[in-house]
Design a protein around this ligand. Structure first.
Ligand code: GUN
Length: 360
């Protein structure tokens, strides 16, 4: 391509990008701001987002400049932080917890030239998109390992906040486990917060004292893995590899790769091609994987989990394919049918095998 044509291409791409993203000057790095609910050192959810931010920097080099704000509660504080990032010229703001949703919606209306991307939410607008990872695929794969490894037949989940995303993960974990051992049951303790290592630990210890010998969590810290290690039972890295906190206890980890989404979205903005979006990537798109198997996991169990992963990737397996009943015996999904994404996003009952009822 001639230099002149390269110049024309670059110039037109910049013109479109400038129109969409405000008055970014050509050659200036695109400023991307990140809101985190916990510290980057949580070694779980926030850590995984921060790895994604670093993957963005690694790929985009001096084309981006990133900022992050840690420990932002899901309150009016979030609105203040989001507005502050927008005011300071961030052209895209990634807010990485469900409870930031209304704050994002409000500030997005006030800054129409800024792109707002909200993780795990469902409200979209012209300049407000949502993105998420199919964490239930990870929970299912961990469940397969849990079902194989439990001796007591009692699995436990340290639940965060009882929104459909987390209920779905509890269910997927149980479906995975019962696919290899139909006798296992799951007990959930809800801590009503995403990140509180003290409460997460208490819940894990309570579950263990009740006979649970394999734990999963949907909270953000490795406290569950640490408690499992102390008590000589099994657990999983969730969102990130947590083997540093319980090398003997961790059977495997479901690891998130947000970098796929951060790079894709920023590249779209830079090319002036960004439009509002609703992203839900999974194993197929390289956004989630089962890895970091621990020394306690026998090779055939690892192999089985990886086969299930490959089947999900190939579109041959979906954790929510029927026949599936809820835990009152009502048919949730008929044989041969698979829940739609819309139904997955509304999930508010437990499947067969989970004890109790979903808190209101
Ligand atoms: N883990 C899974 N989903 C979420 C979420 O929306 N917020 C936080 N903080 N942690 C999560």
């Amino acid at each position: 391509m001639s230099l002149y044509r390269i110049f024309v291409r670059l110039a037109s791409a910049t013109a479109i990008a400038t129109a969409l993203c405000g008055n970014a000057l050509a050659g200036e790095p695109l400023k991307a701001g990140f809101l985190y609910i916990g510290p980057t050192g949580d070694h779980g959810w926030t850590y995984s987002h921060d790895m994604g931010r670093k993957a963005l920097e690694a790929k985009q080099g001096d084309k981006v400049k990133t900022t992050f704000v840690e420990n932002v509660p899901e309150t009016a504080d979030a609105e203040r932080v989001i507005r502050d990032l927008a005011t300071k010229g961030h052209k895209v703001i990634f807010a990485t917890s469900f409870g930031y949703m209304n704050s994002m919606e409000k500030v997005a209306r006030q800054f129409p030239k800024t792109v707002f991307m909200h993780a795990t939410g469902y409200k979209t607008g012209k300049n407000l998109g949502v993105y998420d990872i199919r964490t239930y695929e990870g929970a299912y794969m961990l469940g397969v390992v849990a079902g194989k490894m439990s001796k007591s037949g009692k699995l436990g989940v340290v639940g965060s906040i009882a929104i459909p995303e987390v209920v779905r993960n509890v269910n997927a974990f149980t479906i995975g486990a019962r696919s290899v051992n139909p006798k296992v049951t799951t007990r959930v303790i809800w801590v009503n917060t995403w990140f509180d290592p003290g409460k997460e630990r208490e819940a894990a210890l309570t579950l263990i004292s009740q006979g649970v010998d394999v734990l999963m969590q949907n909270t953000n810290s490795p406290a569950t893995v640490q408690a499992a290690q102390e008590k000589g039972v099994y657990a999983f890295g969730v969102d990130s590899d947590m083997s540093k906190f319980g090398g003997k206890a961790q059977l495997a980890a479901s690891v998130l790769n947000w970098g796929v989404i951060y790079n894709e979205q920023v590249e779209k903005i830079q090319k002036g091609e960004w439009k509002t979006t609703d992203i839900w990537y999974g194993v197929k798109e390289g956004a989630i994987n089962i890895e970091a198997f621990g020394p306690a996991t026998p090779a055939p169990v690892k192999k089985l989990a990886e086969e299930r992963r490959d089947a999900i990737k190939a579109g041959k397996l979906h954790p929510f394919t029927g026949p599936l009943k809820d835990n009152t015996g009502k048919i949730l999904v008929a044989a041969g049918k698979t829940l739609s994404d819309a139904d997955l996003r509304k999930m508010n009952v437990y499947v067969e095998g989970v004890e109790g009822t979903v808190p209101k």
